[in-house]
Write a protein that binds this ligand. Structure first.
Ligand code: SAH
Length: 284
């Protein structure tokens, strides 16, 4: 078991009242990326209802004796229906328990945290939201890809490649994204990457737009595939890259040559000028 101390009392963290639900982000994977509030909640919770993708070492931070309830997909079985999960939270809270709903990344980013919270509102169960580090930001950071950089992009768009029914959402204007977004970060997009890349190229993105696919970001199984838009879908298959994965599209990916700090731990030599801009810049 990890030896994690109690959160410092000097912070005056909020009390976890019985009958409350805390909707908590667990971050992208690395247990070190949970917040102090998440840790505090885990130490106080009576029941922890957790999703797939939540690291065992985070669960191990829960108070000894806390009930751990799995609410994700396992072994190819379908995941519990969303209303069932929400009802379970309501039921546990009504039993007077302190209920911690632990979700991967940030609960409000493609995580149905909003749906669960609204169910709590309808049931008049009090709740608190504890944001987490989302995979599309923190996971990319572990791959050495910043979501913004002044030399590459002033906008970034977070997109899901997967609608409720499993298809690519039909409300996305890919051409507008291709024209207007300096960087695109795709969640849940591996399955439809071929289609999405095609749409973005029809919309005007160059075939050689840099792409990074980061699977299991921030975990010990992290893998990063660097490719270009036209080849991304084939390369994912060829290299056996598996979900969960984040796909970053745009010049931000080129910064990885300078910012792959994890690679540097393994001896990769980082380039201070990965975009090749410094040569034509006057240093004043
Ligand atoms: N609420 C989560 C997202 C849930 S949707 C968040 O804020 O991060 C699930 C998708 O998140 C996955 O399909 C994948 O695209 C992404 N994801 C979550 N954890 C990841 C990880 N460790 N590495 C890469 N992608 C991840």
């Amino acid at each position: 078991m990890t030896d994690v101390p109690e959160t410092p009392s000097v912070l005056d963290l909020p009390a976890f009242e019985p009958g409350w639900v805390w909707l908590v982000g667990a971050g992208p994977g690395d247990p070190g990326l949970i917040t102090l509030l998440a840790h505090h909640g885990l130490k106080k919770a009576d029941a922890v209802v957790y999703d797939a993708l939540v690291d065992d070492r985070i669960l191990a931070m829960a108070r000894a004796g806390a009930e751990l309830i799995y609410a994700g997909k396992r072994g190819g079985k379908p995941s519990p229906k969303q209303p069932d999960i929400s009802n379970r939270l309501i039921q546990l809270a009504r039993q007077g328990k302190r209920v911690l709903r632990l979700k991967g990344g940030d609960p409000f980013v493609f995580g149905r945290g909003g749906e669960e919270a609204l169910a709590l509102v309808a049931a008049e169960v009090p709740f608190r939201i504890v944001p987490g580090i989302t995979a599309g930001i923190g996971g990319l950071a572990y791959a050495g890809v910043p979501t913004t950089h002044r030399d590459t992009n002033h906008t970034v768009t977070f997109v899901t490649g997967h609608a409720a029914g499993g298809d690519v959402p039909d409300t996305i204007d890919w051409a507008a994204l291709a024209r207007g977004s300096g960087a695109i970060v795709l969640y849940m997009a591996l399955k439809h990457l071929d289609h999405i890349a095609g749409e973005l190229m029809i919309g005007g993105l160059a075939a050689d737009t840099p792409v990074a696919v980061v699977s299991n970001a921030s975990t010990t199984h992290q893998r990063v595939l660097e490719t270009r838009l036209a080849d991304a879908a084939d390369d994912v298959v060829a290299h056996g890259i598996e979900a969960p994965a984040i796909v970053a599209i745009g010049e931000i990916v080129r910064l990885r040559d300078g910012l792959d700090w994890l690679g540097a731990l393994d001896g990769r030599v980082l380039k201070p000028d990965p975009l090749g801009l410094r040569a034509d810049r006057r240093v004043g």
